[in-house]
Write a protein that binds this ligand. Sequence first.
Ligand code: NAD
Ligand code: LMR
Length: 323
Amino acid sequence: MDQPLRVAVTGAAGQIGYQLVFRIAAGEMLGRERSLQLNLLEIPPAMDALNGVVMELDDCAFPLVKGIVPTDSPETAFANVDIAILVGSRPRSPGMERRDLLEANGEIFTIQGKALNDCAARDVKVLVVGNPANTNCLIALRSAPDLSPTQFCAMTRLDHNRALAQLAHKTACHVSEIKGLAVWGNHSPTMFPELGSTTVAGKSALSLVDMDWYGNEFIPAVQQRGAAILQARGFSSAASAANAAIEQVRDWHLGTELVTSMGVYSTGNYGISEEIVFSYPVTCDADGVHIVENRVLDQFSREKIAITEQELVDERDAIKHLI
Ligand code: NAD
Ligand code: LMR
């Protein structure tokens, strides 16, 4: 059998962590043939809870798991890791926006970016989930100058999946019949779920829905879905977030069949500002993540994209001291 892949999960005793680590251990992320070692990072007050998670992992007797390392040291957690999923951070409370977390969470990603730089495998792939995910990802990659920015991405797969579900309900089709959908920009209320290049069972999505639904129902529903779940549950999304993290890493590691959405470091594609982490339509293969080129964007789309781009530029300006 191959060497076990080393996978680090931060915040492993939190809500998302508890939904995530068992599915990774079962082989849902890297394949049911791939053995792995789980390095689980928490902060000292959460180590008792983390040890409980480790006891439960042990009790599953997962055949693929070759080792589990619970720790409160980022250097230990990231030692030689192939994949790091950075979840650990504060979630928002009702009434907050995700960007309100920048002050509380930004520093975490400086420390963890440095530790990844110093300790992780040189080809590590890093997914940032903790909010605000795009700008935390920017902080982490800037704190890791020996790694390439292409080794970091922010999670917008949950938004992508939410958009698929909303469109499937509206058109009475199955999510598997939808192709080409993409979420642009920030994981925030300005994100732009775009349907201009989307097909549903081979037909243009925009021929099946009207502009009123697209602009006034679909886009706001996707943008505000996180807040709606927080309002309904009293806690932010966890199982769906863990599922999205698994799907985003799986596609990155094993390759995509369809276009998906990922927050990646911008080098100016589609005229977007450089040096922000921006969600684009992408595909993945053994050479990495590829931004889908030459999408036709109408005036409506360009205006929506400009709004979310500006928000990311503003977030970057607000954390200049951390990068
Ligand atoms: P949670 O509070 O249940 O769990 C967070 C865990 O992180 C806690 O156990 C905490 O002890 C730990 N933690 C805090 N600081 C840490 C650090 N420096 N190192 C390691 N661990 C640390 O929160 P949650 O519901 O699991 O959410 C985690 C984050 O994910 C939040 O920021 C939330 O907003 C974000 N989130 C993002 C998306 C997305 O789509 N990008 C979706 C859902 C949630
Ligand atoms: C989500 O989109 O569900 C997460 O970002 C959590 C939140 O605060 O909305």
